[in-house]
Design a protein around this ligand. Structure first.
Ligand code: NAI
Ligand code: AKG
Length: 450
């Protein structure tokens, strides 16, 4: 057994049932093998043995009262994985599927993603199994306040800075910040993704989606291709998906499909972005409503998807942007995408492709941008929000967007140069994992055994 296999085996034995965490560690650790062969210093310093153990795991009870007066109890999580490069940084996810394995996989990915941005941010993630679906605005507020009544003591502008993720957007950040401020008597940059009215950064809302399209643009430019006039498919219809679609239009592409957890729409004339924003950002409605306004669009509910498949990936397209959730694209989906002419996959979501699908994209040498590189624009812009808060200034939308575009170009350069250095120039999985790991690992060596 190799050192890497032994470590993976150890993780499976000591963290049973954490499938998503095992999947994420397996993908990262295997692609680090060439680095470990070349540079024994990382094994000697047991960098990986240390990195796979979170520095701190906070698990807590969240008790609150719903609108009918019933007491509700949820689980709360904040997993502070690595503070080597800066304060723990990463979002909070509110979704009924949330468990330790999911928060650990997200936190683990966040370490390398944040390192790739080149900025001073460590890695962490948190959330709850609370389901925001169908809750009143008052219930959302009460839950957020109850969640903060414990989390506030663990976070801070220079220690741990949460943000949004699935189920956590501007509204939730507002309620959490309000409670944080009341409990601590501090007004500082402890959250990112804040409202523009009280300390948020212009372009943070757009950043993950825009960044993901910038990453695709960089991958395609290196092959002498562009997104102009190309059919694109985007899964999800939340924050990342909406601003991916917006940037695709800026680039002259044609986004034709998107989805939510109940189904997908196909609009051959191009998604009506204003309608989508109104449905999702204002009305918080189901995507099925879309076809009531766009008669030529087609809605397919998940109940009609072929078994074990995500039907959105069977739509012929030039580029695909998985932007909903983990493991939404499996090997069969990957094969069908490529059979139908897809040349580019840029991941807005975290770990949306199974490891088998990832291996297939890499083998087929398409322009494949793994999430930790392609969706790093969100957290990078969060760091820009922290920088503005700390210096009490605000930059214009154009300034932040220009910085974001440059950061995405730098990430692409670093990922592709590293892939080439290890003899696999089109393997951006290897490039992203090694480039991200090396930055953290070198800093860990300099900071000693802590
Ligand atoms: N918001 C951000 O800045 C960043 C988000 N991400 C990742 O992007 C993905 C999407 O996040 P957001 O757009 O922020 O969340 P969101 O809550 O705004 O939207 C999530 C979307 O995914 C769909 N979805 C969620 N769970 C699903 C499931 N089990 N099956 C099918 N569809 C499902 C929802 O219907 C919704 O359309 C997540 O993987 C998140 O971790 C990554 C980097 C930054
Ligand atoms: O903006 C942030 O701090 C976190 C974004 C995030 O959760 C992610 O990159 O997955």
């Amino acid at each position: 057994m190799t050192y890497i296999d032994e470590l993976l085996d150890y993780l499976k034995r000591t963290s049973p049932g954490q499938e998503e965490f095992h999947q994420a560690t397996e993908e990262v650790l295997h692609s680090l093998e060439p680095l470990f062969e070349k540079y024994p210093i990382y094994k000697e310093n047991k960098i990986l043995d240390r990195l796979v153990e979170p520095e701190r795991q906070i698990l807590f009870r969240v008790a609150w009262v719903d609108d009918s007066g019933e007491i509700q109890v949820n689980k709360g999580y904040r997993i502070e994985f690595s503070s080597t490069l800066g304060p723990y940084k990463g979002g909070l996810r509110f979704h009924p599927s949330v468990n330790t394995g999911i928060i650990k996989f997200l936190g683990f990915e966040q370490i390398f993603k944040n390192a790739l941005t080149g900025l001073q941010i460590g890695g962490g993630k948190g959330g709850s199994d609370f389901d925001p679906k169908g809750k009143s605005d008052r219930e959302i507020m009460k839950f957020c306040q109850a969640f903060m009544s414990e989390l506030y003591r663990h976070i801070g502008a220079t220690t741990d800075v949460p943000a949004g993720d699935i189920g956590v957007g501007g509204r939730e950040i507002g309620y959490m910040f309000g409670m944080y401020k009341k409990l601590t008597n501090r007004y500082d940059g402890t959250f990112t993704g804040k409202s523009l009215k009280w300390g948020g950064s212009l372009a943070r809302t757009e950043a993950t989606g825009y960044g993901c399209v910038y990453f695709a643009k960089n991958m395609l430019e290196a092959k002498g291709e562009t997104l102009k006039d190309k059919r694109c498919v985007v899964s999800g219809s939340g924050n990342v998906a909406i601003y991916t679609i917006e940037k695709l239009y800026h680039m002259g592409a044609l986004p034709i499909a998107c989805s939510d957890s109940a189904g997908m729409i196909l609009d051959e004339e191009g998604i009506d972005l204003n309608l989508l924003k109104d449905l999702k950002e204002n009305q918080r409605a189901r995507l099925s409503e879309y076809v009531k306004y766009r008669k030529n669009a087609k809605y397919t509910p998940v109940t009609e998807y072929p078994k074990g498949r995500n039907a959105i990936w069977s739509i012929p397209c030039y580029a695909a942007f998985p932007s909903a959730t983990q493991n939404e694209l499996n090997l069969e989906d990957a094969k069908e995408l490529l059979k139908n002419g897809c040349k580019c996959v840029s991941e807005g979501a975290n770990m949306p492709s199974t490891n088998e699908a990832v291996d297939y994209f890499v083998e087929q040498k398409i322009a494949y941008g793994p999430g930790k590189a392609a969706n790093a624009g969100g957290v990078a812009t969060s760091q820009l929000e922290m920088a503005q808060n700390a210096s009490m200034v605000s930059w214009t939308f154009e300034e932040v967007d220009a910085k974001l575009e440059q950061i995405m170009r730098n990430i692409f350069e670093s990922v592709s140069t590293t892939a080439a250095e290890f003899g696999q120039p089109t393997n951006f999985v290897l490039g992203a994992n090694i480039a991200g790991f090396r930055r953290v690992a070198d800093a860990m060596i300099e900071q000693g055994i802590v």
